[in-house]
Design a protein around this ligand. Structure first.
Ligand SMILES: [Zn+2]
Length: 127
């Protein structure tokens, strides 16, 4: 993956779009179950061969299929759907959000800074 060209936070501050060289695009959201950002890649396969579809609505996003993080040898670390700006946690999560459905949370500022460093420019859309 090439260099980060641009990052854009949506109006609701719940979704961060990152555009990289080679036309790679990632979307980040905050997971309160894992207390960190998770990522969808929508136009190129990740290192595990996974690729997601995006409904194209930056403010009311949906991605499919589900997102699942696996640990070895522990198994599932996080498993959820992001649909209509709502996080729907599956029933196989080891954390305290297992089975819950919650609105997509605002991304904590500290997570954005930590993602690419303090100097990374962020375009913020007016609310
Ligand atoms: Zn998670």
């Amino acid at each position: 993956m090439g260099a980060l060209l641009k990052q854009t936070l949506n109006k609701a501050r719940t979704l961060l779009r990152c555009d990289f060289e080679e036309n790679h695009r990632h979307f980040y959201f905050y997971c309160p179950g894992c207390k960190r950002l998770h990522c969808y890649n929508v136009n190129h396969k990740n290192s595990n061969g996974a690729l997601w579809s995006f409904n194209g609505d930056f403010e009311v996003p949906s991605f499919s299929p589900s997102l699942r993080y696996l640990g070895y040898p522990t198994g599932t670390l996080c498993h959820l759907f992001l649909t209509n700006s709502t996080l729907v946690y599956c029933s196989d999560n080891p954390h305290d959000h297992n089975g819950k459905t919650i609105p997509l949370p605002v991304i904590p500022e500290s997570e954005i800074v930590g993602l690419f460093g303090e100097d990374a420019p962020i375009e913020r859309l007016a609310a």
